[in-house]
Design a protein around this ligand. Sequence first.
Ligand code: 5GP
Length: 114
Amino acid sequence: MVKDKTIFEKIIDREVPAEILMETDDAIVLRDINPQAPIHVLVIPKRKIEHISSINSGDAKVAANLLLTATTFAKKNGIASYRLVINNGSLAGETVHHLHIHLLSGREMGWPPG
Ligand code: 5GP
């Protein structure tokens, strides 16, 4: 049985519109629809990996590229201070089961995160 696509797969396949700010061979960066900071973007691998906890050694390149995409996006946009977040599991706030990094910036961040 074919599994339903996640919202991010639909965005990657251009079936659902989104504000895509950067795209590489492996990933897209898009504006979060419900921003939690003045700058809130999501860095998403095109190849679906469900959670950060699902990655294995075969995914090392994808994982490294994802971080590189996030830092490249920040550099290109003059964003010097930012927080990268990956939620894993419902208690941690994960709602979309397609790996993504949140990049948040533009306000002071509290610690520890809530
Ligand atoms: P999670 O809670 O899984 O860590 O993050 C999922 C994120 O995806 C949330 O911040 C949510 O606002 C964002 N999101 C969910 N649906 C859409 C959508 O259709 N478009 C965009 N741009 N962001 C979405």
